[in-house]
Unconditional design. Structure first.
Length: 186
């Protein structure tokens, strides 16, 4: 693992925590459908990113990467869904299982020369889910604070998102490529 990959993971975990805290505070102000969408979206983003990452890191051990990826998605879905209702929890858990499994299979199938691109694509998807959910959560919060009004401006938040992704992508390579000895080919 490289510094760039650690930074990607920390940024995503920070955004997941921010969405979780925000979702907890607005749980009484939103509908059950909002809760189901929050749980499903966060489970899908976390499961896909971490499942793909683990599929790449544990190349050749699909069972381990699948179980850990599914566990990550289930944990995210259960935490977010538990704020709202049993159906939201169930929706989040099932979405987490599916996303973790799909991410692990994707990570296992990717060629080593495409690992960094795949990690960045999955990170961008998960981060965009976080940003969209934060925007939705802020619509339910206190509208007087200037930060909330700035964050809801699509030009400012879009620029911030693009700059953050470009900065993090400049930290490549995220994963050190395996070195195969000469003469060993599949």
């Amino acid at each position: 693992m490289t510094i760039g990959l650690i930074l990607l993971t920390l940024v995503l975990l920070t955004c997941l925590a921010a969405v979780g805290i925000g979702a907890f505070f607005v749980r009484k102000k939103v509908t059950a459908m909002h809760g189901m969408m929050f749980a499903m979206s966060m489970a899908m983003g976390a499961g896909l990113f971490f499942g793909t990452l683990l599929g790449i890191l544990f190349q050749g051990d699909l069972l381990l990467s699948t179980v850990i990826g599914m566990g990550t998605g289930v944990l995210a879905g259960a935490v977010f869904g538990s704020f709202y209702s049993f159906l939201a929890l169930l929706d989040g858990v099932l979405s987490g299982v599916m996303a973790g499994m799909m991410g692990a299979m994707l990570g296992e199938m990717i060629k080593p020369e495409d690992w960094d691109k795949t990690v960045m694509i999955m990170f961008t998807i998960a981060l965009s889910i976080c940003f969209l959910l934060i925007n939705e959560i802020l619509k339910c919060g206190n509208k007087q604070l200037i930060f909330f009004r700035i964050y809801q401006n699509p030009f400012i938040i879009g620029t911030l998102f693009v700059l953050l992704c470009f900065f993090l992508y400049s930290l490549t390579p995220f994963i050190s490529k395996p070195i195969t000895p000469p003469g060993l080919h599949h």
